[in-house]
Design a protein around this ligand. Structure first.
Ligand SMILES: *Cc1c(COP(=O)(O)O)cnc(C)c1O
Length: 368
């Protein structure tokens, strides 16, 4: 059995440090916005190459407060992509703004800059490219268009801890970057977590206010804020894991290189674009007859996932946006074809080889 994801293997490697971190927090009896959160914020900011990181309780909250800090609200439009986890679009909705979609590019499956300019109008208040699967969106042209129109960029880097483009880290190219520490992400808490990154002191101050009830001084609320705080325990766990993130990312990249080598001739794979450092949160391939290929793999003991089976513009919850099939054809075709293979640092090379063999067999049966 080769599971799609195995968090227990990682825990076994770091158990002693995790337990020591938990004891440290429990002994201190300081559970909210204490020294662990403070230290984690400094360490994560340094990791991302930004001035500040503000820890929050989820990646969704990170997106929500990042947009609010920019002043996004009702009557505004925010541009993003339909091929993402629903949270990207939900966070835009929370502000009262309208999500506007731009299709993805066929190779990268991230925002296609060729369609971006046509989606911009006087109501556009922010652009949210998504660094899907761990690879950064095409930030050069996206930033160029955004700057020309004076529109801020919020990176959805929830899948892209440690990804780079032109040697620059995810979360440091836009006005703000948003990260998730959901357990299955490349940097995952033992529970929920998130962070906003920025090098703009004014935006950082606003995000800090919004995550903790808009209060600079206890019981004096200067803005309408939220309880979006990251618990001390999670910050302590994340600090243990952050120290290993580079090693784990390199391990993911080696597994991906082996998949590329074994599958690259037969399948369109989640390959790394020029100038990119792909963090391989997800390793996806395109297959035809995906449902049958997937059930054959499961029968062979190989766990897989689909990211994502339905693009957000076709989700029932977002029907009020008025979209239909055919509006974003590249995203739609991808949702019919992508299949995510097992990918985590502890996955053995032998397992990668077995997955590749089973996939090749399953896809061959499909054609026969
Ligand atoms: C995981 C994820 C989020 C949301 O993060 P949570 O911590 O689960 O709230 C947002 N956007 C993308 C692209 C994600 O993968």
């Amino acid at each position: 059995m080769i599971p799609f994801l195995d968090l227990r293997a990682q825990y076994r490697d770091i158990e002693d440090e995790v337990m020591a971190a938990a004891r440290r927090v429990l002994e201190s009896s300081q559970f909210v916005l204490g020294p662990e959160v403070h230290a984690f914020e400094e360490e994560f900011a340094a990791y991302c190459g930004v001035e500040q990181a503000i820890a929050v309780n989820t990646g969704t909250s990170a997106l929500h407060v990042a947009l609010l800090a920019l002043g996004v609200g009702p009557g505004d439009e925010v541009i993003t992509v339909p091929l993402t986890f629903v949270a990207t679009v939900a966070a835009i909705g929370y502000t009262g703004a309208r999500p506007v979609f731009v299709d993805v590019a066929p190779r990268s499956l991230t925002m296609d800059p060729a369609h971006l300019e046509a989606a911009i109008n006087q109501r556009t208040r922010a652009i949210v490219p998504v660094h899907l699967y761990g690879q950064m969106a095409d930030m050069g042209p996206i930033l160029e268009i955004a700057r020309r129109h004076g529109i801020p960029v919020v990176e959805d880097a929830c899948q892209a801890h440690g990804a780079e483009q032109g040697g620059v880290r995810a979360g440091s190219m836009g006005e703000l970057g948003c990260f998730s520490f959901y357990p299955g992400k490349n940097l995952g808490a033992y529970g929920e977590g998130g962070a906003v990154t920025t090098s703009d002191a004014g935006l950082a101050r606003q995000v800090r206010l919004l995550r903790d009830w808009g209060a600079e001084e206890k019981y004096v609320h200067s803005v309408k804020g939220f309880n979006y705080r990251l618990p001390e325990l999670q910050a302590a766990f994340l600090r243990v894991k952050l120290r290993r993130l580079e090693r784990w990312t390199e391990a993911r990249r080696r597994r991906a290189a082996l998949y590329d080598e074994l599958l690259g001739d037969r399948f369109e794979t989640a390959s790394e674009g020029p100038g990119n450092r792909h963090a391989y949160h997800i390793y996806a391939v395109r297959v035809s007859g995906r449902e049958r290929v997937q059930s054959r793999l499961h029968a062979a003991g190989v766990g897989t996932g689909i990211h994502y089976p339905i693009p957000v513009h076709l989700q029932p919850a977002w029907a009020d946006l008025g979209h239909g099939r055919g509006d974003f054809p590249v995203a739609e075709l991808a949702t019919d074809q992508v299949l995510s293979l097992p990918m985590y640092p502890e996955l053995t090379e032998r397992a990668v080889t077995q997955v590749a063999t089973h996939l090749t067999q399953a896809a061959t049966l499909q054609i026969a």
